[in-house]
Design a protein around this ligand. Structure first.
Ligand SMILES: [Zn+2]
Length: 489
């Protein structure tokens, strides 16, 4: 028999015995303290669940959250003594969204790493935290994979509860060659300054400029030493950088092989920034696992990737839909801070992206979604990457899967470097972190509703509600997070 509770005090009184047992298993607090601090379980009833994979909703489900973890999902009645019950009839529950390609440290107005000539690191960090709270967490993006940039200590502050924000999987500074996509120094910089902390982009640890296997080794190990969950390398030219046409190759064969070796030594993986067949070929042969962009590759290369995925399940295509198709869709829609040459590069990317998305969909590639949307004008609109996925031919369920279930799988590839490895991410299922969104309506029928913030009624991360317009009692807003203890150097 489920008891509907309206008084927070009553919930605490009724649930002492059940959650004392829960807390006893966590091993990180004396039992007496746990009895007064552990929050009551939360039971969502009669909710339609997108479990992270779909394609169908589980209709009329009940979902139990205990502490920071989902413990039961069932269409049968769930017995949960003392639970705080939330009737979610007619609503849709999805996992928290996971942005697999974000650059939280590059959010000041100028956008790219060159901002650092105009903003100091403290202001860059303050702007990052503002967007991570307001434009990510509060809009339902509960995890970001930060794939060039260094928010590692901001991630630490979030985990310690000092500032609100999404979970962060960071690559640390992206690793590229002199003149490559991580080289944001001014044109006439002397080589000794490009190699040391007098280059602002590298001084802030957002990028590395390396040449040769030894320098790759040092950059990779420094990132991992500071808590990077994976490595990001530059495999070819980029739109936002100045010295590198899209056609070029980035890190050389021996440099890529070393990055892959060091990632594997640490139980994690390499992600590559690359656009065309030559760099995709190099990285497929050498063991890179996460393939970003790829908007100039051929259909044959798409087929080769699908074949490799079907054989090994160890590679993924990371799709930046909005940035490639909408933002780079035409010369005039390009970010204002781009130069003429950068805009011409963007136009080529936009043209290629539509085809590549179609082929990836047709041939059945394993896909994750990553917005690459940062800096003012874009960071407020990250969820348009999902509606773009649908406009590009994927179903709403596929778009959500790219941003939840599939993303959660790739995050586990960080192995011992995974900062959140106790439970699953990106799923509404037992043994998953309680990162939960509740929508007023069904995004599988109308994906556009995810852009209407009034339709997002609950944002929960790690068992704690950050946004709640569902229930009049605000008691769930102030539940303490119950993360597993973390030890930071
Ligand atoms: Zn990017």
């Amino acid at each position: 028999m489920i008891r509907k509770i309206t008084s927070f005090a009553a919930v605490v009184a009724l649930s002492i015995s059940s959650h004392a047992a829960l807390a006893a298993g966590s091993g990180n607090a004396p039992a007496a303290a746990a009895e007064t601090e552990a929050p009551p379980p939360i039971l969502f009833t009669n909710v339609n669940v997108f479990d992270g994979f779909g394609p169908e909703l589980i209709e009329g489900a009940n979902v139990l959250v205990e502490g920071n973890v989902i413990t039961q999902v069932s269409t049968e009645t769930i017995e949960a003594e003392g639970a705080f019950v939330i009737d979610a009839s007619g609503k849709t529950m999805t996992p928290g969204l996971i942005d697999m390609h974000q650059h939280v440290m590059l959010n000041p107005p100028e956008g790219t790493a060159t901002y650092q000539t105009r903003w100091d690191e403290a202001s860059g960090g303050a702007i990052a935290i503002h967007h991570m709270n307001q434009n990510m967490l509060m809009k339902g993006i509960t995890t970001v994979r930060d794939i060039a940039g260094d928010p590692l200590d901001i991630a630490k502050a979030i985990d310690m509860g000092l500032v609100p924000g999404p979970r962060v999987y960071s690559a640390g500074g992206a690793i590229g060659q002199t003149g490559g996509h991580s080289d944001f120094a001014e044109r006439n910089i002397p080589v000794d300054r490009l190699r040391n902390d007098q280059d602002v982009s590298q001084a802030s640890q957002n990028t590395w400029v390396v040449d040769g296997v030894d320098e790759v080794t040092r950059a990779a190990r420094m990132n991992l030493r500071r808590g990077a969950a994976f490595l990001k390398v530059m495999g070819g030219g980029g739109v936002a950088s100045e010295f590198d046409p899209l056609e070029i190759l980035g890190l050389a064969e021996d440099e890529v092989a070393r990055a892959v070796e060091i990632a594997a030594d640490n139980g994690t993986y390499v992600a590559v920034h690359a656009y065309h067949d030559d760099s995709y070929d190099r990285h497929l042969r050498l063991g890179t696992r996460s393939f970003e962009h790829g908007f100039l590759i051929s259909e044959d290369m798409v087929k080769r990737m699908v074949k490799k995925y079907e054989e090994t399940e160890d590679i993924v295509w990371s799709f930046q839909c909005y940035m490639s198709i909408n933002s780079f869709g035409s010369y005039d829609t390009m970010p204002a801070f781009f130069s003429h040459e950068q805009k011409l590069k963007g136009v080529r990317v936009g043209e290629g992206a539509r085809n590549v998305a179609k082929w990836m969909n047709e041939h059945g590639m394993f896909v994750v979604g990553g917005s690459d949307m940062f800096s003012p004008g874009l960071v407020e609109r990250i969820k348009e990457d999902l509606t773009c996925n649908v406009a590009a031919g994927f179903s709403p369920a596929q778009a959500l899967k790219h941003w939840t279930g599939n993303a959660g799988i790739v995050l586990t590839w960080s192995g011992p470097k995974n900062p959140y490895q106790t439970y699953n991410l990106g799923q509404i299922a037992p043994d998953s972190y309680a990162d939960i969104l509740i929508w007023d309506g069904n995004p599988l029928e109308d994906i556009e509703l995810i852009l209407d913030e009034s339709k997002l009624q609950l944002v929960m991360k790690d068992g704690r509600a950050y946004k709640n317009t569902m229930v009049t009692s605000d008691s769930i807003m102030y539940r303490p997070a119950v993360s597993e203890p973390k030890v930071y150097p």
